[in-house]
Write a protein that binds this ligand. Structure first.
Ligand code: PMP
Length: 333
């Protein structure tokens, strides 16, 4: 199997109930079905290939990355397949499931306090310094290495174009590095400049205000979603053709995460719920008859302890956002 086949290129899923409600075709790339279980497998593969091509990563070398977890999980799988070591720095606010999985994959995981990018102890800077001080080690730099965006220009974008027979009207994605949105919008707008690209932004991120008003101002306090939301404009996002931004609350993200589970049959994380909430907004803006594509980024299993816990949701004031009949299925740990 070529490593490129590790990406689940075939899966674009029509969300039946959501399409019925809106009169649009709402479809999602099933990224949870990739080899490492998330949308970040694409970036991971291209980042490693880029480092090999540039002669930075040699046999037996060490891949180092700062990550909310999913990029690390993708990298760790590929490192195992290609004989590299893997060292992962991640904020200690991220889910235990992702840390456990990285350890199971054999990665050297280093959870560090979550501090802003401007702090020298931010997980990305720690990863960069460790790689610099280690022989035959490379920092992947997913936020600012545009090999990440290139993955989506070469794979996700063309797949969406082919799988919709070029009939896509809009795409919407929450952004962490911005690689997915920037890569997909860059590719699709070359095919048809009329295709609209929307940035779906969680609470606590600056990107909504950046797109709307050109200001890097935070909106809201923070979000329970993991892997999305941003405090700066990364190199991957810079210059991306984006038409508009949509502010999505945690309440909406949680409601749609549970509706995806109980009404569509997809057990996914909250960034997928947020994406789908945004697709619903776009469908309402555009009106019936349009095709809107978004992304189911990873599996709900990665967030089981928190997102599917009654206690956690109650603490965060989000229990009421789970539609009442679905609250019965929450766990009480
Ligand atoms: N959803 C999840 C669960 C993620 O982990 C990430 C990336 N950290 C994203 C969405 C956003 O992807 P990107 O980095 O391409 O913007």
């Amino acid at each position: 199997m070529a490593l490129s086949e590790w990406l689940a290129r075939l899966h674009l899923i029509k969300l039946e109930q959501l399409s019925k409600i809106t009169g649009c075709t709402i479809a999602a790339k099933a990224e949870f079905a990739n080899g490492g279980g998330s949308v970040k497998d694409r970036a991971a593969l291209f980042l490693i290939k880029d480092a090999i091509k540039k002669g930075q990563l040699k046999p037996g070398g060490t891949v180092v990355e700062g990550t909310a977890g999913n990029t690390g999980i993708g990298l760790a799988h590929i490192c195992n397949a290609m004989g590299f070591k893997c060292v992962i720095y991640m904020p200690n606010t991220q889910s235990k499931e992702k840390i456990d999985m990285l350890r199971t994959l054999g990665a050297d995981v280093r959870p560090v306090p979550a501090v802003p990018f401007t702090d020298p102890n931010n997980y990305n800077h720690q990863a960069s310094r460790f790689a610099e001080s280690t022989e035959n080690a490379v920092w992947m730099n997913q936020f600012d290495n545009t090999a990440n965006r290139q993955a989506h220009i070469e794979t996700t974008g063309p797949e969406i174009w082919q799988q919709t027979n070029g009939k896509v009207d809009a795409v919407t994605f929450g952004t962490g590095t911005g690689g997915t949105l920037a890569g997909v919008s860059t590719y699709l707008k070359e095919k048809n400049p009329k295709i609209q690209a929307f940035l779906a932004d969680p609470e606590g991120s600056v990107l909504y205000n950046y797109i709307k008003h050109g200001k890097l101002e935070r909106r809201g306090d923070g979000s329970i979603t993991e892997g999305i939301g941003q405090g700066r404009v990364t190199e991957n996002l810079k210059g991306a053709p984006i038409d508009d931004a949509l502010p999505i609350t945690d309440k909406e993200a949680v409601e749609w995460t549970f509706r995806l589970l109980h009404e569509e049959g997809f057990f996914v994380g909250a960034s997928s719920g947020l994406n789908v909430a945004a697709a619903l907004r776009v469908a309402k803006l555009m009106g019936p008859g349009h095709t809107i594509v978004t992304c189911l980024c990873d599996t709900g299993q990665r967030y089981y302890a928190k997102l599917f816990s009654r206690k956690f949701l109650q603490q965060k004031g989000l229990l009421e956002s789970v539609p009442e009949p679905y609250r019965l299925a929450l766990h009480d740990d």
